[in-house]
Design a protein around this ligand. Structure first.
Ligand code: NAD
Length: 474
């Protein structure tokens, strides 16, 4: 059994006790991780604080070089990291439409290199005979990063690399359900970075809230559920920490009547079901025009039944298990509630017997707003399909949700679709696509899906504060 240590100030640290990490494909323990607590958070923050002056004053070109070195280290260990991600998160090595741990580690590498090359240039606001005014971007200090279980390594990279690139030091706490790939990355990074620049504390009881409350942490970047995000915001108020919160989503997609149902169904299925629907910006509510409703539903159900569900380590698997039993039980509850309220289950609808947390890909027809499976974020392999006939009405229904992460319009008329997409209340709107993110385009939620954005220049700036410098000439 592999045992993973925390890394604080460049050194492995043990807590005296460990907790188990379960492979959701088998239900069996495959690794043990240190059960750290608030005292380890204190040690890690002290190390990060001590490393900050040196790291923040490291020449920009050197920080950039070291970020590229981190990308190269990820690449050199790609097979090992893929296997850890598949074992802890359940996603296949390959996966539906190539969305699996290969994409997760490949994405982590790509994000690292693109973010390494981002710049924070000094902006000159005024330069005349009176004065020169410059706007500088300065690092904040120590950043606390708290990550979820659905894309464990990718999201760790999304937090850590821009924070370091901008000159901050970091303490990261991964989800207790999926900590191993992140620990391995931090080990690899510590062979490259000065001690204390990147630290990891594992453990559930109170570690996250100790980070949120810590008076020596200057910013929290959190990806996870909306209730936890709200709790972090309250705890972070003590020293007015800066916050980036990437929270839950319940993304709507609207299919206009002009599409070809057969051609579009595989794309809709892919964006609704990849990673078993356990992606913040997966398509989670699908509104289809009455004139093509039955055809789209039938095609989605056909694809669902053909999808290969199994252990992600086995070649050819398209969807793995749900990451944990509680999440699988929640999905089952939503499906049963939909049935009780008159929805039709066209495929799946139940967990598989035997080991592991497998739930069959489930397409639900005659779903309606007001059903829990539509109104709540399912975060699992289930897609409710909702009928509509009036475009004005469906835009209002799509927007009638407290979340606002992503949304999409599907049509042959791209100009009309783009106009409608801009009316969706969400941080990213797609036309004939859903959930696709890239390292140079900002991504974040509106309403209760979060605060701030990640990626590209806008994302990098969130790890800085502005200092205005005014030099009088007269
Ligand atoms: P979660 O909120 O339960 O846990 C996320 C992390 O927060 C874990 O590391 C957990 O240990 C920690 N945590 C729990 N309670 C805490 C507290 N009181 N203080 C500080 N930290 C605490 O979320 P999850 O179930 O791991 O992830 C699923 C959720 O994440 C979904 O709602 C999904 O939509 C969301 N998500 C959002 C995005 C995005 O970019 N918007 C991306 C991925 C996932």
């Amino acid at each position: 059994m592999q045992v993973f240590d925390m890394i604080i100030n460049g050194k492995p640290v043990r807590a005296g006790s460990t907790f188990d990490v379960v492979n959701p494909a088998t239900g069996e323990v495959f690794a043990r991780v240190q059960a750290g607590d608030a005292s380890h958070v204190d040690q890690a923050v002290a190390a990060a604080r001590a490393a900050f002056p040196g790291w923040s004053r490291t020449p920009d070109a050197e920080r950039k070089r070291l970020m590229h070195a981190l990308g190269a280290a990820l690449e050199a260990h790609m097979p090992e990291l893929m296997e850890l991600v598949t074992k802890e998160a359940g996603k296949p090595l390959g996966g539906l439409n190539g969305v699996g741990s290969g994409m997760e580690v490949g994405g982590a590498i790509a994000w690292t290199h693109v973010t390494a090359d981002l710049e924070l240039p000094v902006e000159v606001i005024q330069d005349n005979d009176d004065a020169r005014i410059e706007v500088h971007r300065k690092p904040l200090g120590v950043v606390g990063s708290i990550t979820p279980w659905n894309w464990p390594l990718m999201i760790a990279i999304w937090h850590v690399i821009p924070a370091l690139r901008a000159g901050n030091t970091v303490v990261i706490k991964p989800s207790g359900m999926t900590p191993t790939a992140t620990i391995r990355f931090v080990e690899l990074a510590n062979a490259i970075l000065p001690p204390g620049v990147l630290n990891i504390v594992t453990g559930e009881s109170g570690v996250g809230s100790a980070i949120a409350k810590h008076p020596d942490i200057n910013k929290i970047v959190f990806t996870g559920s909306t209730p936890t995000g709200k709790n972090i915001m309250q705890n972070a108020a003590g020293n007015l920490k800066r916050l980036t919160l990437e929270l839950g989503g319940n993304d709507a997609g609207i299919v206009l009547p002009d599409v070809d149902p057969k051609a579009i169904a595989p794309k809709l299925f892919g964006v609704g079901f990849h990673n078993n629907g356990q992606t913040c910006a997966c398509l989670k509510r699908l509104y289809v025009h009455d004139s093509i409703y039955e055809e789209v539903c039938a095609e989605l159900a056909r694809i669902a039944k053909e999808t290969v569900v199994g252990d992600g380590l086995v070649e050819g698997t398209q969807l793995g298990p749900v990451q944990n039993k509680a999440q699988m039980d929640f999905v089952q509850e939503l499906v049963e509630d939909a049935c009780a309220h008159g929805a039709r289950i066209l495929s799946g609808g139940k967990a598989r017997s035997g080991g592991g947390f497998f739930f069959e890909p489930t397409v639900i027809a005659d779903a309606k707003d007001g059903m829990r499976v539509v109104d709540e974020e399912q975060f699992g392999p289930v897609l409710p399909v909702i009928r509509y006939s009036d475009i004005e009405e469906v835009i209002a229904r799509a927007n009638d949700n407290e979340n606002g992460l992503g949304g999409s319009i599907w049509s042959k008329d791209r100009a009309k679709a783009a106009e409608l997409a801009l009316r969706l209340e969400c941080g990213t709107a797609w036309v004939n696509e859903h959930g696709a993110v890239q390292p140079d385009a900002p991504f974040g939620g509106v309403k209760q899906s979060g605060l701030g954005v990640e990626f590209g220049r806008y994302g990098l700036e969130e790890y800085t504060s502005i200092q205005t410098l005014k030099i009088m000439k007269a």
